[in-house]
Design a protein around this ligand. Structure first.
Ligand code: SAM
Ligand code: SF4
Length: 329
């Protein structure tokens, strides 16, 4: 059974949120005092493994572990080992805020993780504290070094740029990443809250690229994957690459290959689509693999043209039933 929706899009990319909890409180992602899901609501590692196996049997090849903050889930390296051992998983990666990487980079690598994305919107300590409501930049920087020491290659830094908040730092971030050997990907701020759409909060990736090019000439990566959300450019001087995820100014819905599993076991076909399917309840009631797969395929058949496209057309944020940390970014 292939994971193809009504628009012919093949889905091979799964994001698995392993917790809604986090050790930071980024304002664009969660409230200052979130209410966490009770423990029993969260899938066990065995339950996650079973659902990932099912989806891999149907064509998923890339699995990204996310959250909440995945590294606050105790024993995360065991889960990495379990998912890395699934036949058919060709690309296992993890997105983290980096705070706990200094002690977990090595065990994660040993467990079979090959790719890491670290989210970091600023290299300035005071700004970091303001954006994340926690004074932890030093830990993240130590985590990045630990990840390199543990043997992770091409570590990516994901930076959400917001006008008037951190857009003055573009050149500084690029300079530092080039020097230290990280690949930055600039991400447009996405209207994920229930608040009104505010185009003033989106800094177009094209404008950012022009600014970077004025100082460091770029050339499109000839090996770039046209289906990947990030458009990758190489620095012509050979000092690595930079990527742009223009999720708002150039939505990539028509090429979407992503599926999501929330930490409480709901299957989501689009970050913006609230029509989730609860797989945990039937699974805990003894549902067969076949009946879980049927629910997955049925949900996929209802996938719409694309949430990001709708937002751009309506110029309005879609009302989300969950905040980002509960979905899994
Ligand atoms: N805690 C991990 C982290 O921060 O990398 C993983 C989960 S976090 C929800 C995943 C990504 O979502 C982060 O890179 C974060 O910057 C991004 N994110 C959260 N809210 C966003 C928004 N409104 N617009 C764009 N990106 C957002
Ligand atoms: Fe936590 Fe990541 Fe959300 Fe920041 S973006 S609050 S680090 S889950």
């Amino acid at each position: 059974m292939a994971l193809v929706d009504g628009f012919g899009r093949q889905h091979d990319d799964l994001r698995v949120s392993v917790t809604d909890r986090c050790n930071l409180r980024c304002a664009y992602c969660m409230p200052e005092e979130p209410e966490w899901f009770p423990r029993e609501r969260i899938l066990s590692f065995e339950e996650i493994e079973r659902l990932v196996r099912l989806l891999v049997a149907d064509g998923v090849r890339k699995v990204r572990i996310t959250g909440g903050e995945p590294l606050v889930r105790s024993g995360i390296e065991s889960l990495v080992g379990m998912l890395a051992a699934i036949d058919g998983v060709e690309d296992l990666s993890l997105t983290t805020n980096g705070v706990l990487l200094d002690r977990l980079a090595e065990p994660l690598r040993r467990a079979g993780l090959r790719r890491l994305n670290v989210s970091l919107d600023t290299f300035r300590a005071d700004r970091f504290a303001e954006l994340t409501r926690r004074d932890q930049l030093d830990r993240v920087l130590a985590g990045l070094v630990a990840a390199r020491d543990a043997g992770f290659e091409r570590i990516k830094i994901n930076t959400v740029l917001m006008p008037g908040v951190n857009d003055d730092e573009v050149e500084e971030i690029v300079e530092r990443s080039r020097r230290e050997g990280y690949e930055v990907r600039f991400i447009e701020f996405m209207p994920l809250s229930n608040g009104s759409w505010d185009p003033a909060r989106v800094l177009s990736g094209d404008k950012v690229r022009e600014r970077i090019e004025a100082r460091w000439p770029l050339t499109p990566d000839p090996a770039g994957d046209p289906h990947a959300p990030a458009t990758r450019y190489l620095f012509t001087d050979g000092a690595g690459a930079v990527g742009f995820i223009n999720s708002v100014t150039a939505p990539f819905c028509s090429n979407c290959s992503r599926l999501r599993l929330t930490s409480d076991g709901h299957f989501r076909v689009c970050i913006y689509d609230n029509n989730e399917v609860d797989l945990k309840t039937p699974m805990r009631a003894g549902a067969s693999d076949e009946s879980l797969r049927e629910q997955v395929v049925e949900a996929l058949s209802r996938k719409t043209r694309g949430g990001a496209l709708e937002i751009v057309e309506k110029q309005a944020a879609l009302p989300l039933a969950r905040t980002m940390h509960q979905i899994g970014g």
